[in-house]
Structures are given as structure tokens and as C-alpha cells.
Design a protein around this ligand. Structure first.
Ligand code: KG4
Ligand code: ZN
Length: 358
């Protein structure tokens, strides 16, 4: 009987130390044998954001325990796995180094193939942990560091349609939370506050809404939230209203830009396979999910969302991307270096900084 592909995945690109064992079923679907995520929220909370050196030290303290736990939970021995996959970028170099070196060491020691995974490819393929999806598909990837529309043509083959020209969407949520005096990470806290507020109370700007294709911009919105937050002081109801209005503005921006991306996808691919995948930490937001589902159905796209458990950073998505890359013979040497910047579409124009013309 053919042995099933089974990978150990390791993820340490930011503030989550994670390890997971994932197996590929005979029908090409995934079986997650274990997924261990240790979040460092408590350590970074008092600083209102991730402190790279603290995060790296915490990864070093925890990685061995987390990886052993993943193997134990899955009831799998290192010798039984088919390969090791570790995140090699993009992210904080001091953090990436910990997981990448650990993954390379295990692969070298156990004489197993090693796959260096792009964290963004992990998110891009993460819905595959729960569903079987055919290429090509349209992807909206919204996380703490990235906000992009991409055509996922295949494993390792991406075409960027649009990206943020300033802040990432998760970052906008985190900064709004900070302005409202909520904790870190901000996304879930803003979502909770928004449920109690009037979403039409504040009129907030939607930068580049009618231009620049499906590129995104959130900096002007953030400045407007800052201005309003200074006026409302300790009035709780106004805080709820500001959170609700911020989230509503984000939803309007995403709906509009997603329709532009739908058009681009159809024009470029000519594909009858109209699938719209949403992944990354912000994809856990219930209102965003519901609204994007609605707009997809209106445009005859099939909406597919990463399972809430695998929206935020985790190692199951890294193990899964590792399996997919391994099947395409995309295997790496043990001298692979971490990369702070690593776009999925290497041909895409860099969209930040002075002199940007839209
Ligand atoms: O994918 P992720 O875990 O890490 C990165 O790769 O960046 O995304 C983290 C981001 C954070 O900015 C966090 O505030 C945001 O995802 N987030 C949310 C929600 N849950 C997490 N944003 C909005 N609503 C949520 N429910
Ligand atoms: Zn991520």
C-alpha cells in the first residue's frame, strides 16, 4: 500500500509558535492529525504590538515543546513523517530564523526532505485544509501584514491583481483598537465593540475607492478614526459607534474592490470555475465573511472561506503547503535563508512609497 504523505509543519514568522502534522488523504483532501498554536499575546499586550526580540526569544523557549506536542498529539514519530516544512518568510527575520533553523535541523537529522514555505502561500492554500478546490481561483488575502487580491493559478503560481498601497487591513483593525483603548490584537476586540454600535453614526473616508483597480488603501481611514477618537473621550456608546462605523467602511471598501477583482479575474482567466477564496487573520471576522459571501453570490462566484481555526497563523497551513510543494518537486536545500519580504507574485509592481502613481 502506498504510504500517505505526512508532513511536519513549523511556523514562527510573527507572534505564534506553531507546529502541526498534516496528512494527505487518497482523494487529495487534508487530514489534520494535530495543530498546536502557542500565542504570545500576553507577552506583547503591554507594549500594544509585537516586540521582535521578545517574540524570537519566546519562539526559542517554546519551539521544541510545541513540535514534540504536535508529534505526540498526532501519535506520529519523526521517522514516520515524509518531510518537514517551515515558514521561511515573509516576516520578522529574528522570528523566522528560529522555526526555519529548527525545521532544517529536524529534516537534516532525520534525513527527510525539507520545504521552505512562503507564509502567504500557507494562507493562500489554507482553505484546502477543509475543502478540495480547483485552480485557478480568486483569493483575497487579508492579514496583519498583507491585503491582496491574487489569482491562484497553481501551487507556486500567483498573479497579483491588487494590493494595499499603505496599511494592511489587520493593521488598520489593530490601530483602531489601540485608538479606542482596546487590547492587542485588535481585530476581534473591534468586531465585538462594533456589534454594540451604530454603523451609520460616523461618516468615514474610503480612499481610492473609485480608482486604481482593486488596489486598496486604509491610511486615510485610520487618520479619520484617530481624529474622531480624540473627540469622543470616554463615551462608551460613541466608541461602539466608531468601531461599528470603521468596520462598516471596511466592508464597503472590500465589497466594491472585490467586484473590481471579480471582473479582472474573469477577463484574465476566462475561467468558468468562478471561485472566491478569503483567507488570513481578518477572514475570521463574521461581518466581513457574511458580506463577502453575499457579494460573491450576487456575482455568481462560489465563496470559500478558510475555516476560522485556520484563518490566523498556524502550522497546519504550512504543513499543507509543504505537501503540495513536495508533490511538485519544489524541495529546498538546508542552506535556505529567511526572507523578510517575499511576494507571491515576483513580477508584481511594488506599491508602496513616494512617487507611487495610481
Ligand atoms: O494571519 P494573521 O494571524 O497574521 C498575519 O499573518 O499577519 O492575521 C492577524 C491579523 C491581526 O491584525 C488581527 O487583528 C486580525 O488578523 N484579526 C481580525 C480578526 N481576528 C484577527 N481582524 C478583524 N476581525 C477579526 N475577528
Ligand atoms: Zn499570517
Amino acid at each position: 500500500m502506498k504510504k500517505k504523505l505526512t508532513f511536519l509543519g513549523i511556523e514562527t514568522s510573527c507572534d505564534e509558535t506553531a507546529a502541526s502534522i498534516v496528512q494527505e488523504n487518497d482523494d487529495g483532501t487534508a487530514k489534520i492529525l494535530s495543530s498546536v498554536v502557542s500565542s504570545q499575546i500576553k507577552e506583547h499586550e503591554k507594549f500594544g504590538g509585537v516586540v521582535p526580540e521578545l517574540a524570537a526569544r519566546s519562539h526559542m523557549d517554546n519551539i521544541e515543546f510545541i513540535a514534540s506536542k504536535a508529534l505526540k498529539d498526532a501519535n506520529v514519530k519523526v521517522n514516520d513523517i515524509s518531510g518537514v516544512a517551515a515558514t521561511a518568510g515573509p516576516g520578522l527575520i529574528v522570528c523566522l530564523t528560529v522555526g526555519l533553523n529548527f525545521g532544517k535541523a529536524i529534516a537534516g537529522f532525520a534525513n527527510k526532505p525539507f520545504v521552505a514555505v512562503n507564509h502567504l502561500e500557507g494562507h493562500a492554500l489554507s482553505p484546502g485544509l477543509s475543502f478540495k478546490i480547483k485552480f485557478p481561483y480568486l483569493l483575497l488575502l487579508v492579514s496583519g501584514g498583507h491585503s491582496q487580491f491574487l489569482i491562484v493559478e497553481n501551487i507556486n503560481q500567483y498573479k497579483q491583481l491588487g494590493t494595499t498601497i499603505d496599511d494592511a487591513l489587520g493593521e488598520a483593525f489593530d490601530k483602531t483598537a489601540k485608538m479606542l483603548g482596546l487590547g492587542y490584537p485588535g481585530g476581534p476586540a473591534v468586531e465585538k465593540f462594533a456589534k454594540k454600535g451604530d454603523k451609520n453614526y460616523f461618516k468615514l473616508p474610503m480612499p481610492i475607492i473609485n480608482k486604481a483597480g482593486c488596489n486598496l488603501s486604509f491610511a486615510g481611514l485610520k487618520t479619520a478614526v484617530l481624529r474622531e477618537s480624540k473627540k469622543i473621550k470616554n463615551n462608551d456608546q460613541l466608541k461602539y459607534n466608531l468601531a461599528a462605523s470603521f468596520q462598516e467602511t471596511i466592508i464597503k471598501i472590500l465589497k466594491k474592490k472585490t467586484e473590481v477583482a471579480f471582473n479582472d479575474f474573469v477577463n484574465i482567466t476566462n475561467s468558468k470555475n468562478k471561485i472566491f477564496v478569503v483567507a488570513g487573520g481578518v477572514a475570521a471576522n463574521e461581518s466581513i465573511r457574511n458580506n463577502l459571501k453575499e457579494i460573491a453570490e450576487k456575482n455568481y462566484f462560489k465563496p470559500v472561506f478558510a475555516d476560522i481555526k485556520y484563518c490566523g497563523d498556524n502550522a497546519a497551513m504550512i504543513a499543507w503547503a509543504g505537501i503540495q510543494r513536495y508533490k511538485k518537486k519544489l524541495i529546498n536545500n538546508l542552506d535556505e535563508e529567511p526572507k523578510s519580504r517575499w511576494p507571491l507574485d515576483l513580477k508584481a509592481k511594488y506599491m508602496k512609497g513616494p512617487g507611487l502613481k495610481l
